[in-house]
Design a protein around this ligand. Sequence first.
Ligand SMILES: [Zn+2]
Length: 582
Amino acid sequence: MTEYLVLKNGTVFDPMNGIDGEVMDICISDGKIVEKGPSNAKVIDLKGSAVMPGGVDPHSHIIGSKLNVGRLTSPESNRHYPYPATNKTRSGVAGIIPSSFATGYLYNAMGYTTVIEPALPSVKALGAWEEIEDIPGLDIGLLPMFSNSMISFKYIQDDDLSGLAAYIAWTLKSVGGLGVKVVNPGGTYAWAYGKNVCGLEDAIPEWDITPRMIMTSISNAVAELGLPHQMHFHPTNLGKPGNIETTMQQLDALKVTKAKGKKKQTVHLTHMGFDCLSVVDGGMANWKDVASGGLRFAEYYNKNEHFSTDLGQITFGPSMTMTGDGPFQHSLYQMSGGKAKWSNLPVDVELPGGAGIVPFTFEPKSPANAVQWTGPLEFALSIKDLWRLFLSTDHPNGGPFLKYPLLISWLMSKKQRETWLEMVHKYAIERSTLSEIEREYTLNEIAITTRAAPAKILGMEKTKGHLGIGADADIAVYDFNPEKTDLAKNPDLILKYFTQTKFTFKGGQQVSKKGVVAKHLSSRVHSIHPELNEDLSQRIDRELEEMMGKWFSHSFSNYPVPMRYREHLEMPKIIDSTSVQA
Ligand SMILES: [Zn+2]
């Protein structure tokens, strides 16, 4: 017999359906939101509670070998935060890089139900699938990297867009990827030669291509294939004062890609806080002269609709920086005067990405860190269209995802910002406009930037990020009455309520109640399988077999993740890419 559950009388924030704080009922059956239940349906009364769709986080490093190296590099970051087992759950640790089981439980406790790992070296995809077995309660996606692969380079050098698109399609199918990540295009490849790139026209060792050609060719291929998520882009010069100039140049360069279908955006600029650092008037491109680029970048964003972005907010305290941008991580290590720990994870042979890992503490009294903190907040509070933005800390780079409630409090409460402006170095006031900004995000705006907009940016808006009929029944119920609680005046309440939901439902099942895990649910993995036309499909098989045989440590037949690791978790979506010419 079909079971129904009715969540009654909650105050609902569902911006995708234009619902902003209305008291209403939500009916669930078979994991989905349905129109109406029978009179004998089970009922939970949510009078005086705030209800939102489950949170969607498209950029959080929760899976992969770099996480495990990070855990080994700094065990002290996690071992003081034990996460005990219960009769329903497994033990682990919280801290900066929570262990796999705890990652799922803690996200669910905060009301999040969808999380995307945004940097998968596809050669290591098998390990990622094995890890996902141990991360409960989430819808997961993986973004393989293509920007430093010799196979990408070969097709780009030959100006063979069909070959590049087919290589991307083959890889997404073979490793179960959801979309395409580009990290410091050409720079990580150059790192294998001890070099980096910084300009659009820089040379890449041994190849007759440039960073401009790599980023535009890949974004064109993504559009050509019709992938639901636009190219996920980590630009060159990450973390360098003054890099706002080259970030805007790169975004301008990407305007050559024409969007297809309904989607207007062709690129997602990730962690803008690390990409949009400015310098004081007449200053040099160094940390002494760093200034917030938040307002300037907001002006650019307001004028240019071809991209979306996320914050990459630093949150103060210990973090673990890790990216597929190997040369950046080395420069961060050098900035510490060689005192920081540093792990270099080159994948020299196939090089879809060469990661680096450096533990880092963002200090409130550091002039540079204080300015860096203001940038994303100034940006988020100065832009008009919130539907192209989602909140992130680039977990664990700017701080762990557990700091999201703190980030929400900075956006919702001027009082909270004033408290922090008093604690941090005075440059936060002198080198940004943050102290002058009055705006406070509403609950509806928080719902846009933590669920509705990210679901749209990922192309998952049919089933995620809203509470309309047919949506997955992923629901976060927060334990406060929006009509009676002044969150802006009481920022401590924001921390309290957004750290722990009253209930979190995932696919209609209650996975968390007041922070206690109610049910251990296996995660699911969403992937995109582009269907190519027969001629192109045969061509790519032939060419990849040859190139992998020549350049890679894995053979063509060993590269795909075998179905036995995937079929019980994977939710593949087949898309028609047969229009890409052979
Ligand atoms: Zn990242």
